[in-house]
Design a protein around this ligand. Structure first.
Ligand code: NAP
Length: 302
């Protein structure tokens, strides 16, 4: 069995897949971050800007702030109403760029429809772009450079695979999804020199996603389609990382819904390793945001 993986028991029967526990991996990373924070000449400081009332976004922001508190990272939380003018957000960003005691700036997505998220992201000083979405940082990723900021979710997936001691060299990886924030950077990270997987990117115009997946040693699913990856899409022994977070109706739950990944839980019958939802990539995304904030602080203050 892979290191740091646990055998899954689901639906009352033992399944073949071991679980990549994102919470445990994140806790391990946090331990190392605490040491790095103790060695920083200043306290790392992250600013989060949230616009509007999207309940899920507020939950995500609160998780990020709680993580900061746990690690001793200072956080500034700017909450703006839905009808805020884009220029107000731009002013916040520009003033935060100038603030020497602030090292990371994050704009919580999605922004209201009247705002241009790309244009606002480009205003962030790339050294403080802890989401890694600035074109300078995405460009460095394409160049294979290690001096940029890497988007948190795909970086978290790579950290989970490293933690479970998965050797990706020469493996056939399929990434489902080609968003700039998850799918595309994920494909680049898997194909990077030193990681050396051979990567196929599947998207909504792919002719036969199932047959692409069936050839894969490693599958990373980031499509936002609940349980799209079915057990018969996965070859025996494959490693499957589920990035998806989808809210689906479930009348058996008191709240009337449950969280589902992009991967059907019965994939555990075929896979050798599977990341759960919740408790997989989600906690790693937050942990990598903390890591990027610490990295930004180290670079800005050295
Ligand atoms: P996104 O921007 O909507 O991108 C979805 C991608 O999936 C697109 O490239 C789309 O293809 C592709 N796709 C959609 N339907 C498909 C289908 N039937 N077959 C093949 N490809 C299909 O979403 P995202 O931001 O990348 O997020 C993806 C999922 O990850 C969501 O569930 C999101 O909630 C979750 N997520 C989780 C975390 C975390 O921390 N765990 C972080 C970020 C996102 P086209 O390009 O052709 O449209």
């Amino acid at each position: 069995m892979h290191k740091n993986a646990q055998t899954v028991e689901a639906f009352g029967r033992f399944m073949s897949a071991a679980r990549i526990d994102g919470k445990a991996c994140a806790a391990d990373l946090e331990k190392r971050l605490k040491q790095r924070i103790a060695n920083c000449s200043v306290q790392p400081h992250l600013a989060v800007i949230i616009v509007g009332d999207d309940p899920a976004s507020h939950v995500y922001v609160n998780n990020k702030i709680r993580s900061c508190e746990r690690l001793g990272i200072r956080s500034t939380h700017v909450e703006l109403p839905e009808d805020t003018d884009e220029s107000v957000v731009a002013d916040y960003i520009q003033s935060m760029n100038q603030q020497n005691d602030l090292h990371g700036i994050l704009i919580q997505s999605p922004l209201p429809k009247h705002m241009n998220e790309e244009a606002l992201t480009e205003l962030i000083d790339p050294r403080k772009d802890v989401d890694g979405f600035h074109p300078v940082n995405l460009g460095r990723l394409v160049q294979g450079r290690s001096d940029g900021m890497v988007p948190c979710t795909p970086a978290g997936v790579m950290e989970m695979l490293r933690w479970a001691e998965v050797d990706l060299t020469g493996k056939k990886a399929v990434v489902l999804g080609r968003s700039f924030n998850v799918g595309m950077p994920q494909a680049l990270l898997l194909a990077a020199r030193g990681v050396d997987a051979t990567v196929t990117v599947v998207h909504s115009r792919t002719r036969d996603a199932k047959s692409e997946c069936l050839q894969a040693d490693v599958i990373v699913a980031a499509v936002g389609r609940p349980e799209m990856i079915q057990p018969d899409w996965v070859k025996k022994g494959a490693i499957v990382v589920d990035v998806g977070i989808n809210r689906v109706d479930d009348s058996s739950r008191e709240r009337g819904w449950r969280l589902a990944g992009d991967v059907h839980p019965d994939v555990a019958l075929h896979a050798s390793l599977l990341s759960p939802v919740p408790g997989g990539v989600g906690p790693m995304t937050v942990a990598m945001l903390m890591a990027n904030t610490v990295t930004a602080t180290e670079r800005l203050c050295s």
